[in-house]
Ligand binder design. Structure first.
Ligand SMILES: Nc1nc2c(c(=O)[nH]1)N[C@H]1C(S)=C(S)[C@@H](COP(=O)(O)OP(=O)(O)OC[C@H]3O[C@@H](n4cnc5c(=O)[nH]c(N)nc54)[C@H](O)[C@@H]3O)O[C@H]1N2
Ligand SMILES: Nc1nc2c(c(=O)[nH]1)N[C@H]1C(S)=C(S)[C@@H](COP(=O)(O)OP(=O)(O)OC[C@H]3O[C@@H](n4cnc5c(=O)[nH]c(N)nc54)[C@H](O)[C@@H]3O)O[C@H]1N2
Ligand code: SF4
Ligand SMILES: [Mo]
Length: 751
């Protein structure tokens, strides 16, 4: 079949990107930062601070952006009054100005065109033309198939502006990778157990804990700011840390116990811990009696799930399982069983999360100091607007009865519904995406590629020429977070707080704020009533006035904290409390799961093992980068230019691999990495697995620094295991082997 929507790597807009790419790869030292550092040295007195909050990841740390007299942003530093940052940004946040200064940014709207020979390219367009085209396609899809057939993918603030437009237009056919590729299983599990979500920032009381249990969660590499800060406080206070990870992660190095578990077996370990707590009578009897439902069933259920049983599965010795369970019980209730965040691993992830939630309950630790506190966020009233129209069908209907406990759209299902051969009752015909780089954040790229060929139209709003923009029909360049007003941040925490993001400089090039772009499209669709303001600052000011503040006040302080309104931070001893579950209790036995036909208590099931000569691919974060969004950022690129593949010395010797050797990876489905990746030989990884940092291996040549650097874990994730409960895509079920010769060479020679 002839490719309908070609991936456009090189555009005719802007400078010759290929030449630029080669030049940039040779760039060193000072030319790295041509724009910002052409100014003279300045002192703080000569700088004007503007409030913002960081967009490099979704922790949303509040900050001050400092601008010099020539209008150049000189630095971004944490807002000292902000509970998310406590005045300190992580390395990525500090390097956030690189997003603004990146000369590879999207500079103008772009529209896909076809040459006479059939090849596709982007041509520069005016805003009026690009917005008009998007609006006319939205009208067309609505007339032909109904607004519901216009699907959308959203993440973060840009995604929220898109969502407002799409709901006003009549579509709720949406999904974000931050659900089914991230925290979805955690939401389903904690909701089933406690009738409450964990939320973001997580309500983990790490600062005050006596014992922190990390199952996977690699805090310190995962740089979610407050957690990293609190973990160092906990270390200073000599809290016990227990890390369960097949890799000797950064937190494992700070731990009293490192449990180098065989991947995919955590449920067995958790059930054995539960067994020890129950059968050694170490659990909190008062808590269990007063607040929980289903203890007797649980006790029976775990009877045979002994440490000896778990040893055969996890490779963790029974003695270590017992000792760590006793250690937790000794510190209870001041124990954080960290609920994790990226938890889509093996397809039974909701059940693993359930086991973690149950463990917390047995330790009597929910709602207690040093465990999970009771979080609160400030409710910000919605700016007045008409009700959104009721769509005839939405994301949930696309699931066709599967994944009954999903609370948000599932990316893979929306994508399948866009492919006619899946014969979904509800066909998705066009897409809009904002703030997500689907080709690098979704498992099974083939699915994405097939879907993108099937749809009639694709609009993308981004700041950078990413993989996703290469597939767009229209590219809408958004201004970076330092150049725009945006939604107020209302963060949950020990105390509610809000933060302002305002522009510290004018948008560079011909980029525009997301709110403006979406409003313009809305206006063209006749949705004026949903955009009853001229500037987004009016919305912010109105909202602030509802909570006793104002835009003027927030411009001066950036962050405002509020008193709690929902009562104390912790549950008092034996306080009456009704949980929002079917039984009103903490459900050790889940009636919700039982009614929906799922195991009411977690069960360990074995997962496929690596085939001959293959190793399980596990992945994680680098402290210097966020997903796939920062690899081209000057500052962060300078700190880390590529990823490596971690290989155990015994495996390295078997394959005659040395430190620094370059290899290509090939997975069980014969997918190969586009670019070579350096071998890191280290005892810090089990022999049965290899490890990579996610987000590298960019294939869009517009990214002059990131292009071709390292390997993409996503390329190796052709397989995924669906979580039947909520549709999470377990992505650690892929196995890779090493290739020493370039498998892509033949293809390139021919091309
Ligand atoms: N610097 C930085 N920080 C970030 C982000 C970022 O992009 N950059 N992203 C943020 C986001 S959105 C998220 S969701 C989080 C993700 O960060 P986490 O929620 O901490 O992610 P995990 O997948 O739990 O952690 C990866 C770890 O799991 C280990 N692991 C792999 N397989 C197994 C297994 O079978 N069992 C066990 N016990 N461990 C295993 C890996 O070795 C690795 O150390 O990070 C957040 N913080
Ligand atoms: N293989 C693999 N897949 C994963 C993960 C993994 O570890 N490995 N992690 C998963 C997790 S935990 C998550 S949360 C998701 C995240 O997945 P995504 O939400 O897709 O996150 P990013 O990869 O950072 O893509 C963000 C996109 O937003 C753009 N962007 C950045 N700032 C702005 C802005 O201000 N405005 C606009 N309009 N666009 C902006 C970036 O240029 C980029 O194209 O990925 C998931 N997918
Ligand atoms: S944790 Fe780092 S990258 Fe994320 S919002 Fe905070 S400063 Fe920015
Ligand atoms: Mo995530």
């Amino acid at each position: 079949m002839k490719t309908r929507r070609q991936f456009i790597k090189i555009s005719t807009a802007g400078v010759g990107a290929a030449a630029l790419g080669l030049q940039a790869l040779n760039m060193t030292g000072a030319n790295l930062f041509p724009d910002q550092f052409s100014g003279d040295p300045v002192s703080d007195e000569d700088l004007t601070p503007y409030p913002t909050y960081c967009e490099v990841c979704f922790w949303k740390c509040a900050a001050w952006s400092y601008v010099d007299k020539k209008g150049k942003i000189r630095k971004v530093v944490g807002n000292a009054n902000d509970p998310n940052s406590n005045g300190r940004l992580c390395p990525r946040g500090t390097g956030g100005i690189g997003m603004y200064y990146d000369e590879d940014r999207l500079k103008t709207p772009l529209i896909r065109e076809t040459k006479k020979d059939g090849t596709h390219y982007f041509r520069k367009a005016s805003w009026d033309e690009a917005l008009g085209l998007v609006a006319s396609k939205m009208k067309e899809i609505k007339e032909k198939y109904g607004p519901e057939a216009f699907g959308y993918f959203n993440h973060g603030n840009p995604g929220t502006h898109l969502e407002h437009l799409m709901r006003a237009y009549g579509s709720e056919t949406n999904a974000e990778p931050a659900y089914a590729q991230c925290r979805g299983p955690r939401s389903a599990a904690y909701y089933a157990t406690y009738g409450a979500y964990i939320g973001s920032p997580e309500n983990t009381d790490i600062r005050d804990t006596r014992c922190l249990v990390l199952i996977g969660s690699h805090i310190g590499e995962n740089m979610h700011n407050t957690q990293v800060q609190e973990m160092s406080m906990a270390i200073d206070q000599k809290a016990t840390i227990i890390t369960v990870d097949p890799r000797f992660s950064t937190p494992a190095a700070k731990s009293k116990y490192w449990l180098p578990i065989k991947p995919a077996t955590d449920i067995a370990l958790l059930m054995a811990w539960i067994h020890v707590l129950i059968y050694e009578e170490l659990y909190n009897k008062d808590f269990v009696k007063k607040y929980t439902f289903g203890f007797d069933q649980l006790k029976k259920h775990v009877k045979n799930m002994t440490p000896e049983w778990a040893y055969g599965i996890t490779t963790i010795s029974p003695d270590l399982i017992r000792r760590t369970a006793r250690e937790m019980a000794g510190h209870a209730p001041s124990v954080v069983i960290h609920p994790g965040r990226h938890v889509v691993w093996y397809g039974d992830d909701t059940q693993r999360e359930r086991a973690m939630a149950i463990l917390t309950a047995l330790l009597g630790a929910w709602g207690k100091r040093g465990s999970l506190y009771l979080p609160e966020a400030k409710h910000l009233p919605h700016f007045p607007q008409p009700k959104y129209p009721e769509p005839k069908w939405m994301w949930k209907d696309v699931n066709e009865g599967k994944y009954p406990l999903a609370t948000m759209g599932i990316t893979t299902e929306i994508i399948k519904a866009s492919i006619p051969r899946y014969k979904n009752k509800h066909q998705v015909k066009a897409w809009f995406s904002a703030g997500t780089n689907l080709p690098l954040s979704m498992p099974d790229k083939r699915l994405f590629q097939e879907a993108v060929q099937s749809i009639e139209f694709f609009a993308v709003m981004d700041t950078m020429p990413m993989e996703v923009t290469g597939y767009a029909d229209v590219v809408l360049p958004e201004a970076t977070y330092l150049e725009r007003y945006d939604l107020l941040r209302s963060a949950q925490g020990r105390y509610p707080s809000i933060a302002l993001r305002m522009p510290s400089v004018k948008p560079k090039y011909d980029s525009k704020p997301g709110w403006w772009i979406m409003k313009q499209i809305g206006e063209r669709l006749g949705l004026h009533d949903y955009y009853n303001y001229n500037d987004y600052s009016e919305v912010i000011d109105w909202q602030l006035k509802q909570v006793g503040s104002s835009l003027d006040e927030m411009k001066k302080i950036g962050v405002k904290k509020f008193e709690r309104e929902t009562g104390p931070l912790y549950l008092a001893h034996n306080e009456d409390f009704t949980f929002n579950t079917n039984t009103g209790k903490v459900e050790l036995y889940s009636t919700e799961f039982q009614e929906a036909g799922f195991d009411p208590m977690p069960v360990y099931t074995p997962h496929p093992e690596p085939p001959q000569s293959h190793y399980r691919l596990i992945y994680g974060r680098s402290p210097m980068h966020t997903f796939s969004r920062t690899q081209n950022n000057h500052y962060l690129w300078d700190l880390q230019k590529q990823n490596s593949v971690w290989v155990h010395p015994s495996v390295a010797s078997l394959w005659s691999l040395k430190q620094g050797d370059k290899v290509w990876l090939k997975n069980q489905d014969d997918a190969v990495t586009d670019f070579p990746v350096e071998v890191r030989v280290t005892e810090r990884i089990r022999w049965d697995s290899v490890y990579m940092v996610h987000g590298f291996g960019h294939s869009d040549k517009h990214l002059s620094r990131a292009y071709g650097r390292g390997a993409s874990d996503e390329k190796m994730i052709t397989h995924y295991a669906m979580d039947p409960i909520m549709g999470g895509t377990g992505m650690r079920i892929n196995f890779v082997t090493f290739l020493k010769d370039n498998p892509n060479k033949k293809k390139e020679d021919k091309a």
